[in-house]
Design a protein around this ligand. Structure first.
Ligand code: APR
Ligand code: ZN
Ligand code: ZN
Length: 370
């Protein structure tokens, strides 16, 4: 067992604290990872606010890169010294989804078996709930070996670690879920960290035009840098009309975009995305709605009449073993700009400040460097 520094949310709504935790030696199927970087994601804030469940205390952080320090029995996929990006979907290989070859839907993903615990205070010894089964705002963390994907060790950890959650969700929403590609138009509504990544994914796929929509001019500027061919400020103009107009400029007769990605997570923007699709277009919901939000009331005939598909994208339908190494290689080759997503590098003490910046929209990602 080792004792290391970590960022913990002890109670609902209370500010996070930097404290010490105990990390067990890896047992069968587990890996101990020396964390180098970990991005701050909306989900960490949801945990702290009690919006996910009440299993406090939480060990936050889940968008991480690091080096494997030790592995337990039966681990063959990774070894000490490997540079890895962590994922929160270690597939089981045995469930119905896995057996039919749809590993991205695995119904039985797993995490480390042993618990990390608080090391100081009155509640020392209390088991921690790691955010998304990772808990990487910590100098070291214990995960299932299947949560580690080996990637090019010369890549910048702060950039490639973001593939562990939000950036992969966006890229995957475009490429995996939306099946964006040559000959297709893509519109992305909401260009925060996730939507901007969807724009980058659409650009990688060869799709054109790529229409970025946001109400914040700075986000649109970033989207353009990542590959958007057109931008729409929907606080000033009608997003649906603009998407239709731009798509038709390239593809005569098009009544909207072939793939529309909703990366805000609100009914209004989902409805915009619905009506901004061309016939047979795909609508991808990747923004995460709150429990009280409902699907907007739509004429069923409008659903029927357009054909296509209404989809949701969970972790960008990614397969970490397939997608992480490929995307890291594209980054290393200068074909995928991940550095743009790293707005700032911060210390463990700055996580609360990073949550505030999330609200004011001034950053794509704050990344804790350990
Ligand atoms: N129309 C267009 N864009 C909007 C609108 C709107 N009505 N309202 C908000 N936006 C934009 C914001 O300006 C911001 O750029 O949506 C973007 C949201 O981005 P972030 O807050 O950075 O969130 P992000 O990390 O990208 O996640 C987006 O996916 O993972 C989920 O919980 C997350 O629901 C959130 C969504
Ligand atoms: Zn499975
Ligand atoms: Zn996340």
């Amino acid at each position: 067992m080792q004792t290391v520094k970590a960022v913990v949310a002890r109670a609902k709504g209370a500010p996070v604290e930097v404290t010490t935790i105990n990390v067990p030696d890896p047992g069968p199927g587990e890996a101990l990872v020396r964390v180098q970087t970990c991005g701050v994601c909306h989900t960490d804030l949801h945990y702290r606010e009690g919006g996910i469940n009440d299993d406090f205390p939480f060990l936050l952080g889940h968008e991480a890169a690091g080096v494997v320090e030790a592995v337990g029995e039966d681990v063959t996929g990774v070894a000490p010294g490997d540079f890895v990006v962590l994922n929160w979907r270690a597939v089981c290989g045995k469930c119905r989804a896995c057996k039919r070859g749809e590993l991205q839907y695995c119904f039985d993903t797993h995490n480390a078996t042993q618990a990390m615990t608080l090391a100081e205070g009155d509640d020392a010894g209390t088991e921690l709930s790691p955010a998304l089964g990772i808990g990487a705002f910590a100098e070291k963390t214990l995960v299932a070996a299947g949560q580690c994907t080996k990637v090019d060790p010369s890549a910048r950890p702060a950039a490639v670690g973001l593939l562990g959650c939000g950036v992969m969700a966006g890229i995957g929403a475009a490429i995996n879920t939306g099946n964006a590609g040559r000959g297709k138009s893509v519109a992305v509504i909401g260009c925060g960290g996730v939507g901007a990544a969807a724009v980058a994914g659409a650009a990688l796929s060869g799709a054109s035009p790529i229409i970025a929509v946001d109400i914040d001019a700075a986000k649109l500027e970033t989207a353009r840098r990542l590959g958007a061919t057109h931008t729409v400020d929907s606080s000033r103009s009608d997003a649906i009309e603009e998407i239709k107009r731009i798509a038709a400029e390239t593809y005569e007769g098009a009544e909207g975009a072939d793939v529309v990605i909703e990366a805000v997570g609100r009914p209004e923007t989902w409805k915009q995305a619905f009506y901004a699709r061309d016939l047979a277009g795909i609508l991808v919901l990747v923004g995460v709605p709150t429990p009280e939000m409902t699907v907007p009331d739509l004429p069923l005939l409008d659903v029927f009449g357009r054909g296509g598909a209404l989809k949701s994208s969970w972790y960008g339908d990614c397969l970490p073993s397939r997608d992480f190494p490929m995307l890291v290689d594209l980054y290393q080759q200068g074909r995928l700009d991940l550095d743009t997503f790293v707005t700032e590098e911060i210390g463990m003490d700055d996580v609360e400040a990073a949550f505030d910046k999330m609200h004011d929209g001034s950053v794509l990602r704050s990344v804790v460097v350990l």
